[in-house]
Design a protein around this ligand. Structure first.
Ligand code: AFP
Length: 314
């Protein structure tokens, strides 16, 4: 009987990757629990009502908006994981205490469904997660133990880092995550840019930065979803996203804990950079869970150039 010497490459699933990378077992368990939770979120997006929270369906059941439902799925999963101390969610005020015992546990901040307003127009949305050792979540992003996002697009992908490179997994037909890219790296310079916020509220520095990008022939790619827009620059290996300080919003729009810190961690792990325009995102000490900050994130040379324009022109 001939034996197949087929060249089928053994698929590395998420759990095996975390084990082979030597990831601390409780952290590995936490990441796997988040991956499990994403399966229910995928189903909710694909099949759930798109109604708004507080309405009821024809059976009289309370209808949950997808971001509220996603939030509940994640809180339930993390609360029962046995490795979480505290939770902060973009959908809830304040900290959700899970365990008084911080030893060997992790504090988790997440945006359960970032870009949820895009679901009803069938654009990609995502879950963003930031992880710290112990109990405290109001720390600089530089102290994160890890970060990840799950992108619900034409394919469902999970991208994570715990400080040893950025790795992408694809959800297969069995809803298992298998490795598709490892040690993702950004080039120094971008020819894609994603400009958030209203142009007529840009400061002179940002306006001149955008003009410089356009004069260098950069292409505008902006979906309105932070997760797909960041995923695009990571997977293409180049790009810069910004949601800057605006004349009517000095701190821009995006939240430090749930959006900026995790994405800044991932992008800097990939060799890129993330700045408010004047300081590194990962150096910010957030004073409250819903603190916002301006952001320029992506290829390092472009972030540095943005900082120069802002230093000169505001
Ligand atoms: P929603 O979660 O309210 O849809 O906002 C999404 C988001 O926070 C982020 O995902 C986008 O990058 C940013 O807002 C888009 O903001 P604009 O709609 O102002 O461009």
């Amino acid at each position: 009987m001939s034996t197949s010497t087929g060249s089928t490459k053994l698929q590395v699933d998420l759990r095996r990757h975390l084990r082979e990378e030597g990831v601390e077992p409780n952290l590995a368990h936490l990441i796997c629990e988040l991956a499990e939770a994403s399966k229910y979120i995928v189903n909710a997006i694909r099949t759930g009502d798109l109604g708004v929270a507080g309405t009821s369906n024809l059976y009289g059941e309370e209808q949950l908006a997808l971001d509220v439902l996603s939030d509940r799925i994640l809180i339930k999963r993390l609360t029962h994981s046995g490795v979480v101390s505290n939770i902060v969610s973009e959908e809830n005020d304040g900290v959700i205490p899970v365990s008084m015992d911080c030893a060997g546990k992790y504090a988790v901040a997440f945006d359960p469904l970032d870009g949820s307003s895009l679901v009803d127009v069938n654009l990609a949305v995502g879950t963003i997660v930031s992880i710290y050792d112990g109990c405290d979540l109001l720390q600089p992003g530089r102290n994160q133990a890890g970060a990840l996002y799950i992108l619900y697009g034409p394919r469902t992908t999970l991208v994570y880092s715990v400080g040893n490179g950025v790795h992408e997994f694809n959800m297969n037909h069995l809803m298992e995550y298998t490795l598709t890219r490892s040690h993702i790296k950004l080039k120094p310079s971008a020819d894609l840019y994603s400009p958030g916020g209203l142009r007529n509220c840009y400061t002179e520095g940002t306006r001149l930065f955008v003009r410089d990008l356009e004069e260098r022939g950069a292409k505008l790619r902006y979906s309105g979803g932070f997760v797909p827009d960041i995923n695009q620059l990571l997977i293409k290996g180049q790009g810069i996203f910004f949601y800057p300080h605006l004349t009517n919003a000095a701190n821009g729009k995006l939240r430090v804990l749930f959006e900026l810190n995790p994405m800044a961690y991932l992008v800097e792990q990939a060799g890129g950079m993330a700045s408010t325009g004047t300081e590194r995102i990962l150096d910010i000490c957030p004073e409250e869970p819903h603190a916002r900050a301006p952001v320029f994130i992506g290829c390092s040379e472009d972030v540095l150039r943005a900082q120069e324009f802002i230093a000169k022109h505001g």
